[in-house]
Design a protein around this ligand. Structure first.
Ligand SMILES: [Fe+2]
Length: 283
């Protein structure tokens, strides 16, 4: 299908939008591509229904937004396209393994905040959708920031959070980080309030990879991060995506957090393929 102009149906809250009139596996003109870029910046989360991407076309579409990144966890890397990641619980026999592929996805986070240049956009499709559970929830971190009291904003000014893959694994009860992973992703720190480079809007930048506050006593930093997460994940800041077959989701990691609602990994078959576009140093 040749792509003409796209149709955007925004959520009533202004957070999240469904995009129609585009075939992500087809030819996408510069003009339509620019509309998609503007849409993801504006709505933060985009949903594309009835798409028929395979790994190659998924990779090709994602790559138009910038260089893609491999995952620190090598076991998730796609065999032929190592910069795509595959998370799933379906065994070679086609049956659910009962093992959750990545428990870190069940807790609020923003992708790859444990590196110096965290992910810009993530583009996700789900070749096998859970029938119960497995929704993806998003939190609008710009609106969460705007709802902070002036006193809280003042407290947060200039604070930096340490983001740490090793600690993140411990917190999400996943297998311990390997020595190679720790060497590849040593702790980094980012501002707790970051400014979006395109919109200049400020947003809270935290999540499970954030371990503590730089130069603060550990417990006090953990408590502040927990308080901010509880604030940012109130119902009024959330968009819930209930997956249908052939959906593609795309989001801006600079101003959102996300997590997956739990599902029974012994019953449901859930597989997602993910591409992440490299971002910039947060400021
Ligand atoms: Fe994620």
């Amino acid at each position: 299908m040749q792509n003409g102009s796209i149709e955007i149906k925004a959520e009533a809250t202004g957070f999240g939008a469904e995009v129609g009139g585009v075939d992500l596996a087809g030819e996408i003109s510069e003009e339509v591509f620019a509309e998609l870029q503007a849409a993801v910046i504006r709505h933060k989360v985009l949903v594309f229904r009835d798409q028929h991407l395979d790994d190659e076309s998924h990779f090709a579409f994602a790559q138009r937004f910038g260089p893609l990144e491999g995952h620190i966890n090598r076991s998730t890397r796609h065999g032929e396209l190592p910069k795509l990641q595959v998370f799933g619980n379906v065994g070679d026999d086609g049956k659910p393994t009962g093992v959750h592929p990545e428990k870190g996805t069940l807790v609020w986070h923003t992708d790859k905040s444990y590196v110096a240049t965290p992910s810009l956009f993530t583009i996700l499709r789900s070749p096998s959708v859970a029938r119960e559970g497995g929704h993806t929830l998003f939190a609008d971190m710009t609106r969460a920031y705007e709802a902070l009291t002036p006193g809280k904003v003042e407290q947060l000014e200039g604070l930096r959070a340490v983001h740490d893959w090793k600690r993140s694994r411990e917190k999400s009860d996943e297998r311990a980080a390997t020595a190679d992973e720790i060497a590849a992703a040593p702790p980094v720190d980012h501002p707790v309030i970051r400014t979006h480079p395109e919109t200049e809007a400020r947003a809270i930048y935290i999540g499970n990879h954030a371990s503590h506050i730089l130069d603060w006593e550990l417990g006090a930093g953990e408590a502040l991060l927990a308080e901010l997460e509880a604030h940012a994940t109130q119902e009024q800041f959330i968009y819930r995506h209930r997956w249908r077959d052939n959906d593609v989701l795309m989001w801006d990691n600079r101003c959102t957090m996300h997590c997956v609602t739990d599902y029974d990994a012994a019953i449901e078959r859930r597989v997602v393929h993910r591409a992440v576009v490299q971002g910039e140093v947060p400021f």
